[in-house]
Design a protein around this ligand. Structure first.
Ligand code: F6R
Length: 241
């Protein structure tokens, strides 16, 4: 079931996502599923501002991130571990031991996937934040990924690598070709999902997710089966609905 919120601009999009986040943070020991990319940055800014002004604490929060590149160190400026620290974790009082980001540094990525999925076995994510790719991917679950997938090694599509090249000096040779990602079944276990999408280049993917046929050609269409998904959009991303 989709609850669709269409906003005037990105600030309003972030505010709506934050409103739902704030509800989740009232729980005694909230579990957050977090995403990187440009879509949730405004939400993270609002979380930081609220932590500073209202004293909202993250001491009891545990978090699991969706994904991480394989083959670059955690300290690399483009790793998702670094992204999360720079854009959120370094500015709130979450404990380092409560933060989970898949590790793409090791020799055995398959084993890391198994361990990551295992770390979530007895956990229910209260609120999963998602963005969506222009091709309908969520996490790094590209078109064709089975709906029953759990945490796995994903090959990045050319389009996704091209979209991300801007973060790697526009040099495609530097863009990793693999990543560790929560699977679609892993994401579906979250109690509540908020998906943020803005801009015209997301309009087709948003349409496919909500109104398209439910199939692996649009990975996000699996969310049609989820009981509680709020999609927060600007007018451009909502333009095909
Ligand atoms: C990020 C992630 C990706 C992004 C998606 C949209 O952790 O898993 O699925 O959410 O590629 O990226 P942006 O928000 O940069 O348009």
């Amino acid at each position: 079931m989709f609850n669709i919120i269409i906003c005037q601009n990105y600030d309003e999009v972030s505010r709506e996502a934050f409103r739902i986040m704030k509800e989740t943070l009232k729980k005694e020991a909230p579990v957050l599923g977090l995403a990187t990319g440009s879509s949730p940055i405004g939400l993270y800014k609002k979380m930081i501002a609220d932590h500073n002004s209202e004293g909202t604490s993250y001491r009891n929060v545990r978090s699991w991130n969706l994904d991480e590149y394989i083959g670059i160190p955690r300290t690399h400026e483009q790793s998702y571990w670094t992204f999360m620290h720079e854009n959120l974790f370094d500015h709130i009082d979450i404990a380092e031991e409560n933060i989970h980001v898949p590790c793409g540094e090791g020799e055995d990525a398959e084993e890391e996937c198994r361990k990551y999925e295992e770390s979530l076995r007895d956990v229910v994510i209260d609120l999963q934040i998602l963005g969506i790719g222009a091709d309908g991917h969520i996490g790094f679950n590209e078109p064709g990924t089975p709906f029953d997938s759990v945490t796995h090694v994903a090959e990045l599509e050319e389009q996704t690598r091209r979209d991300n090249a801007r973060f790697f000096d526009d040099n495609m040779d530097l863009v990793p070709s693999k990543a560790i990602t929560m699977g679609l079944a892993t994401i579906m276990r979250a109690s509540k999902i908020v998906l943020i999408a803005t801009g015209e280049n997301k309009a087709d993917a948003v349409y496919g997710m909500i109104k398209g046929e439910k199939n692996t050609g649009c990975p996000a269409s699996i969310l049609q089966e989820h009981a509680d998904v709020t999609v927060v959009l600007d007018h451009a991303a909502a333009s095909r609905l």
